[in-house]
Unconditional design. Structure first.
Length: 246
């Protein structure tokens, strides 16, 4: 950890996050994104984007470009149709881990292909440790692992089994579908980003967090959190690096 990073617990309630609300999209941004800019809130560790999106039926993000970014999409409800310029297509549904490595450049679209129900997802971007590589795509159904409880590796640069790989050896995304009152230890890392996607969790150090709330942790040791009476779904980034801007 850099000497300039002090041990801290930074709670970010949902209502304090940037919001984009248009006719087809309701989005909450954890960091500066698009027209929303705060020089003091551009990233955390290696995480540049964490967007909590609800996309209306038969709408979505039309074809657009990305470069040199590891993009992980996690669907909470509904289905999202992915298409890209490398020929990859598919439906992303709850429990399907999906990663797109933008590399030297890729075009893709993300559409709610249904005509009846919104799709709710969290999309997260981390910087790669190797730039200018060929674009790549991966997906893996991990529902059976999630059903076992605890935190499950979703996307890993450290070679975890039962996880998709990402081109960033300093980062791992964990997910948990926690049952009522289930307790888990968060990873012990230089930077830990906890996002509560559904339900609520609490802990003696972080207090109570509800849907859409997040905690940014730069503490030695692993904190324990416990789901509430209705359970919770959480996304946790374990990171041992910091974005280096040129």
């Amino acid at each position: 950890m850099s000497a300039t990073i002090q041990p801290s617990i930074d709670i970010r309630p949902k209502d304090q996050r940037f919001a984009t609300q248009i006719d087809w999209l309701d989005s909450r941004h954890s960091f500066s994104f698009g027209p929303h800019y705060d020089p003091a809130n551009t990233h955390f560790g290696l995480l540049l984007v964490s967007n909590d999106d609800v996309i209306a039926p038969a709408t979505g993000f039309s074809t657009h470009p990305h470069r040199d970014m590891e993009i992980v999409t996690w669907v909470l409800d509904g289905e999202l149709e992915h298409k890209d310029s490398e020929g990859n297509t598919g439906l992303i549904y709850p429990g399907l881990a999906q990663r797109m490595s933008a590399g030297t450049g890729i075009l893709h679209s993300e559409i709610n292909a249904t005509s009846e129900t919104p799709v709710h997802l969290v999309q997260m971007w981390v910087v790669p440790d190797t730039r200018r590589v060929r674009p790549a795509y991966a997906q893996l159904d991990i529902n059976s692992e999630l059903a076992k409880g605890g935190l499950v590796p979703v996307a890993s640069g450290k070679g975890h089994d039962a996880a998709i790989d990402i081109r960033q050896e300093g980062a791992v995304l964990w997910a948990g579908r926690l049952k009522a009152n289930e307790s888990v230890l968060l990873p012990d890392a230089a930077f830990v980003h906890l996002f509560v996607a559904k339900g609520d969790v609490s802990g003696p150090e972080i207090g109570a967090l509800g849907p859409g709330d997040a905690a940014r942790l730069t503490l030695p040791g692993a904190l324990r959190v416990t789901a509430g009476a209705s359970g919770a779904e959480v996304l946790v980034w374990e990171m041992n690096g910091l974005v280096q801007f040129a």
